[in-house]
Design a protein around this ligand. Structure first.
Ligand SMILES: [Fe+2]
Ligand SMILES: [Fe+2]
Length: 514
């Protein structure tokens, strides 16, 4: 057994590996749909081989792909984004018992085709193909610490949640009923994990995606809402309802055409009208699933933009406030939306996002919910980047109940701006002669630093953030307290006459019981 590579592969080889995994994920789908010899399979093999060859050329030594701890590694380097986004591909490797793939210099189409066949279960496991060796080496990873294991469990739930949302979108597109059982299982897992360690859970919500903005947004809002529900002491059944409503709050956006969701520049009145239909469409999708007469999470989906003072949309009649669940999700929704890039403005840092919520309290947002949320996230919210008095940059990973300005921070960059060891320092600890060794100077925008939050959260490694595709304007309806983007039309106000209003029976709809 030869020793696995311990030297990090060069950046271009990593990029090729990332592309290979994404291509492979789509290719396995082709393998499941088309028989051997089908031209679509041939195209898929060609695409995979191209990246495999590119990687071999760019890597110093034959690269090894490890699949372990439900994650992908190229040599010792964690491929964080692919590990999170390609959960189904990881499962294919796990089911086939493939833990290490060595691409030898002679890897050709035949080997790639055989590997794909093994991964979809149509060929038996073969340890030695002419150009690829399977499971010949084992990963050398550090001892799994308790801390790391919990985080990777959380990220696995996140990955499963993304799959559930993709599956939901595919079902809706195919005119099928939404399957709530999968969503419920994710909520159950997440609720337990959030209750066990809210700080870790909040850290995970710093993860964003350009490609699948809406799914990551729904996952983040779900985790933030669960943490809030846990913090204010909701009952378990209420937390389950809250989590389900939060996870699916934007499910109606499946009906919004992709070109509108990714539109660059101002939307037309018609486009805004379509975006603003998503609470109604989402609620209708859940009501029409047919399996249950009524699910209280529907109310949360329906009311999440209604606003505390009912100035939002759709117009609610028959009640004085949106339900508590919807008021909680509205706060989590705004926090995640304003910290994400949208077509009309840059992301706010997490601290600034809390100020936006506070400015909207009693208008767009329930002031009591906002106060609980601010207390939960802390003065420097978990997942924020902060500049320290020593010139070092760190990420807030935990807050103290007192000494709010002195969180626990994981060091990220040294004073020269170079990546440093991800050591955690507690800013509340005093130096030998009294006084504090570190203080927070100010919070920083991760974009300004050009640091990829996902790899930071998952592995403590500093990687440059993925290039901003620029093109893709990520539309999210503006939150309360934010200046309206150019061209914004509040469609519900313009034609929201009595016939357009939707009456909800407050006795049936209120989560949680009043
Ligand atoms: Fe929404
Ligand atoms: Fe949302």
């Amino acid at each position: 057994m030869s020793a696995p590579a311990t030297v990090p592969p060069p950046a271009p080889a990593l990029e090729e590996m990332r592309s290979l995994l994404r291509t492979m994920s789509a290719a396995l789908q082709t393998y499941r749909l088309y028989p051997p010899g089908h031209p679509n399979r041939t195209d898929a093999v060609r695409a995979m081989s191209e990246h495999a060859r590119g990687m071999l050329q760019r890597a110093g030594e034959p690269p090894v792909l490890f699949v372990t701890r439900h994650s992908f590694y190229l040599g010792p380097t964690l491929l964080s984004r692919e590990s999170l986004a390609l959960g189904k591909l990881i499962e294919s490797f796990e089911r086939a018992g493939v833990e290490a793939v060595e691409f030898l210099s002679g890897a050709v189409d035949f080997d790639i085709d055989a590997l794909a066949g093994i991964l979809v279960g149509e060929r038996p496991f073969e340890p030695e193909l002419p150009g690829i060796a399977l499971n010949r080496v084992r990963p050398v990873l550090d001892q799994v610490e308790e801390d790391t294991r919990e985080l990777s469990e959380l990220l696995r739930s996140y990955s499963i949640g993304l799959e559930v949302l993709r599956d939901t979108a595919a079902r809706v597109a195919a005119g099928q009923a939404v399957d709530l059982a999968g969503a419920r299982r994710v909520i159950e897992r997440l609720a337990t994990q959030v209750a066990r360690d809210p700080s870790h859970a909040l850290l995970v919500t710093a993860v964003k995606s350009y490609d699948e903005y809406t799914y990551y947004h729904m996952m983040n809002v779900c985790i933030l809402s669960l943490a809030l529900g846990h913090a204010i002491g909701l009952r378990q059944d209420q937390v389950a309802t809250l989590g389900l409503g939060a996870l699916l709050h934007d499910v109606g956006k499946v009906r919004v055409p992709r070109d509108i969701l990714q539109h660059v520049g101002a939307l037309s009145e018609e486009q805004w009208r379509i975006v603003q239909r998503h609470p109604l469409d989402g609620a209708a999708m859940l009501l029409l699933t047919g399996k249950e007469m009524f699910n209280p999470a529907v109310t949360i989906v329906f009311e999440h933009h209604a606003a505390y003072d009912l100035s939002g949309y759709p117009t609610l009649t028959g009640r004085t406030r949106p339900s508590l669940g919807a008021r909680m999700v509205a706060v989590a929704d705004c926090f995640d939306a304003v910290t994400s890039k949208r077509s009309y403005r840059k992301p706010e840092d997490r601290r600034q996002a809390l100020s936006i919520l506070q400015a909207g309290a009693a208008k767009g947002f329930d002031p009591v919910v906002v106060r609980s949320f601010v207390r939960l996230l802390g003065l420097f919210p978990i997942g924020s980047m902060v500049l320290l008095s020593t010139g070092e940059v760190g990420m807030v990973v935990r807050n103290h109940a007192r000494l709010l300005s002195r969180p626990v921070v994981r060091l990220v960059l040294d004073r020269t701006g170079a990546p440093c060891d991800p050591v955690e320092v507690d800013l509340s600890e005093q130096a030998m002669g009294g006084g504090y060794r570190w203080s927070v100077e100010r919070s920083m925008d991760p974009q300004e630093l050009g640091v990829d939050m996902l790899s930071l959260v998952m592995s403590g490694q500093v990687e440059q953030s993925a290039p901003d595709p620029g093109q893709a304007g990520l539309v999210h309806e503006p939150s309360h307290g934010e200046p309206r983007p150019a061209g914004y039309v509040d469609a519900h106000l313009e034609d929201g006459g009595p016939s357009e209003q939707v009456r909800i029976d407050p006795d049936v709809s209120a989560p949680f019981p009043r």
